[in-house]
Design a binder for this molecule. Structure first.
Ligand SMILES: O=C(O)CCC(=O)C(=O)O
Length: 248
């Protein structure tokens, strides 16, 4: 499913972009599920597990202004079908083999006028590892550009397998690092595009300064045999089997 050149690009540059991989009625049906979740978020109380809301100037969550659903496949199992889409899994299989789990499933609605997702970081900082076996995946359900908050990456930043220092930022939800902007590339894509990248790759995103939303998912594929202390299969609820070809 991946050409040798694509596999080489993934290893050398740290990422691959597949424009409009999910399309037509299928894309529409997933967007409709995410619309339902955004609708539901308006009634969800602050503090409800899995659901977080954008922060105001005093770092307080703003009711109804959804930031993220962490564990979206736990909250809404229909989204697990998206993580299992054959077009995606075939590409993941070419990178990490046939027995695959997905973990850390997130939905970022990046709502108009101020929606946010992530600043500069490496996913492996959060995973407590520098393994090159984890492939992160961003699925952009709506057109994403610099105005509504597209992904940004630093090509080749995964090669040293060094995890940069990350610092907690109280104005946002995570811990982030600093990147020389001149090294960054904007990943502006059409709706239905899928971006695969190394969990060691430095990446971030713009905030949404537009009047459009930017729905996306972010999650991570790992070979089934990778134990991952923080995300053990069975012990961690948001780790799911997505592909098996043999007993493991
Ligand atoms: O919001 C994005 O475009 C990227 C999200 C992401 O990569 C992450 O959650 O680590």
């Amino acid at each position: 499913m991946l050409t040798n050149q694509e596999i080489q690009q993934f290893h050398e540059e740290g990422y691959l972009i597949f424009e409009s991989l999910i399309c037509g009625e299928k894309l529409k049906s997933y967007v409709a599920i995410f619309d339902e979740l955004v609708e539901r978020s308006r009634e969800v109380s602050i503090g409800t597990p899995h659901w977080s809301f954008e922060l105001d100037d005093d770092h307080q969550q703003i009711a109804g202004f959804l930031h993220k659903i962490q564990g979206v496949c736990v909250v809404e199992p229909r989204i697990l079908s998206l993580a299992k889409e054959p077009e995606i899994l075939a590409r993941i299989e070419a990178l990490i083999g046939k027995n695959i789990d997905v973990f850390g499933t997130k939905f970022f609605p990046k709502l108009p006028n101020g929606g946010t997702s992530v600043n500069w970081h490496q996913d492996n900082f959060y995973f407590g590892t520098n393994t090159s076996q984890i492939v992160s995946c961003g699925i952009y359900l709506q057109d994403a550009d610099a105005e509504n908050g597209c992904l940004r990456i630093v090509p080749k930043s995964h090669t040293a397998q060094v995890i940069a220092e990350h610092h907690r930022n109280a104005k946002t939800y995570g811990s982030w690092t600093v990147v020389d902007d001149s090294e960054a590339v904007d990943v502006s894509v059409l709706a239905g595009s899928v971006v695969l990248f190394s969990a060691n790759l430095l990446h971030g995103s713009y905030d949404n300064r537009s009047t459009r939303s930017r729905y996306s998912t972010a999650w991570h594929y790992t070979p089934a045999e990778l134990a991952l202390e923080r995300f053990p299969r069975g012990g961690y609820k948001d780790r799911h089997i997505v592909c098996r070809h043999e007993e493991s």
